[in-house]
Write a protein that binds this ligand. Structure first.
Ligand SMILES: [Zn+2]
Length: 487
């Protein structure tokens, strides 16, 4: 059975077939950068990271693009409240996002386009839509005419004639300009004091939905294999992306649409008003990032997950089990014929079961069950070796199982990478502490620079010590820049 993926568009699981053999073009809707990311973001981007890693494990080359929305009403409002330029605000939260995701071991995207970097492509796309009579300009705004796209509603299952606009019947100025209540803005005329760009319709800025259509087309082409996002994006965002892209290109935008479920906090929907809004930062103060990953992976990506103390406890216990399995390495000197080289092949039975689970629409809890079994076997063998100095299982089998555990942990992003033989020979940790990633190092250096600017030298020294302890040498340049290398 090939990989099966649930497609929101067709409402069923389908065998995955890429447009081009061996290649996957994948687009993920990213964050609007005006505040810190929360647990819902952590779940979403961990899930898409797993999809990407698993496709790579199954020998696909994956091109992974994820945007940053760096201009919108919330960004403008926040920058006015904080009295800082919007560019400074978005720069700060883009860095914060990259740092949070680095800590959660989410691989960086191949490209992170920003809305403000694709204004020419956005203007081109809007012009095409106007030529096709799918969009119209009114008083400096441009709207998409939903009635001109006959399959509008196909992703969310809504039908225009059954949809109702605001119940009050009261319409504001913007509503009054639209031909149909569900027409949406492609371009918005600038209000005084707002960031603005030139366009054939006057100074203004793009609406939210159009950027993704323009970015997909620019970076991945007219058609892609997988388009993903949180389930709250199905309508209107993804419905509108389909309407924009498919009207302009007359081709299907994405073959597979994937959406992940919500995170609930102790049974309630997470929201700012309920004050149960957990940022990734505050969560990582008390919880190991890999425990957060395990918490996410224990559930199927389409189901809601409930963030409770028990669920985190469960993930912590799972993490301990995996770590104990890896610590089997501490006893291998007692085994005859142990080699630090990886085996020619992994444990076939474990790999087959892991793949079977993951091929079923990324059943990560089924995949994890295989990892836990391997870890428990290795823990038992480790105890035998430590108490009796020997085990009855052949070294070759144990060697294969230990490496299989490592490689499958890498597929699920629970380890950074397979350890090098030299790392094993030096007796360095075989566990999960395989050093900081480049993104993490850059983020720590940035924090240290911020601390120095704020004359918080205790903090800047602490950050330098942390980097040094991780084998990183820093060279402060006269220009104020810091260069680094690994020892
Ligand atoms: Zn999008």
């Amino acid at each position: 059975m090939p990989l099966q993926i649930y497609n929101t568009l067709t409402r069923r699981k389908e065998p995955f077939q890429p447009l081009e053999p061996g290649k996957v073009r994948m687009y993920v809707c990213g964050v609007t950068v005006y505040n810190d990311c929360h647990l819902g973001h952590a779940r979403s981007y961990i899930v898409w990271d797993i999809v990407r890693r698993y496709l790579q494990w199954r020998d696909y080359t994956v091109q992974y693009v994820q945007n940053f929305t760096d201009i919108d009403d919330k960004i403008i409002r926040r920058s006015q409240e904080e009295d800082i330029p919007w560019q400074a605000l978005t720069h700060k939260y883009i860095n914060a996002y990259l740092e949070d995701m680095g800590r959660l071991n989410v691989l960086p995207a191949d490209a992170y386009p920003k809305a403000t970097e694709v204004i020419p492509e956005i203007v081109d796309l809007i012009e095409t839509l106007i030529e096709q009579d799918c969009a119209y300009a009114v008083a400096g705004d441009v709207y998409y005419a939903v009635e001109r796209f006959p399959s509008y509603g196909k992703l969310s299952g809504r039908k225009l004639d059954q949809m109702e606009a605001g119940a009050s019947g009261r319409v504001d100025e913007e509503e009054a300009r639209k031909r149909h209540p569900f027409d949406f803005a492609l371009w918005k005329a600038a209000k005084p004091g707002e960031p603005e760009w030139e366009s054939p319709w006057g100074m203004g800025r793009p609406g939210w939905h159009i950027e993704c259509s323009a970015m997909v087309k620019k970076l991945l082409g007219d058609r892609i294999d997988i388009h993903t996002g949180g389930e709250d994006l199905v309508f209107p965002h993804h419905e509108n992306e389909i309407a924009q892209s498919e009207a302009a290109t007359t081709k299907p935008l994405a073959n597979v649409w994937m959406h992940n479920g919500f995170v609930k906090i102790r049974g309630d929907k997470m929201s700012k008003s309920l004050k149960n809004f957990t940022t990734i930062r505050s969560l990582l103060e008390t919880t190991d990032p890999m425990v957060v990953r395990l918490f996410v992976l224990q559930a199927h990506y389409r189901s809601p997950i409930d963030f409770t103390d028990e669920a985190i406890k469960g993930a912590e216990n799972g993490w301990k089990t995996l770590e104990e399995g890896l610590k089997f390495f501490d006893q291998v000197s007692k085994l005859p014929n142990w080699s630090n080289n990886p085996p020619d092949s992994l444990d076939p039975e474990s790999v087959e079961r892991f793949n079977a689970a993951m091929d079923d629409d990324f059943n990560t809890s089924g995949g994890l069950a295989v990892l836990f079994e391997l870890a428990k076997d290795l823990r038992r063998e480790k105890n035998l070796l430590s108490h009796e100095g020997k085990t009855t299982t052949p070294t070759e089998q144990l060697h294969q199982k230990w490496w299989t555990l490592i490689d499958l942990m890498c597929v699920l992003g629970l380890m950074k990478k397979r350890p090098e033989i030299s790392e094993l020979e030096m007796g360095s940790s075989t566990g999960t502490e395989l050093g900081l990633s480049d993104i993490e190092i850059d983020a720590l250096i940035q924090q240290r620079q911020d601390a120095r600017k704020a004359k918080n030298f205790a903090e800047s020294d602490r950050l330098r010590d942390e980097l040094v302890a991780n084998g990183i040498t820093l060279i402060d340049q006269p220009s104020g820049m810091t260069r680094w290398y690994r020892n």
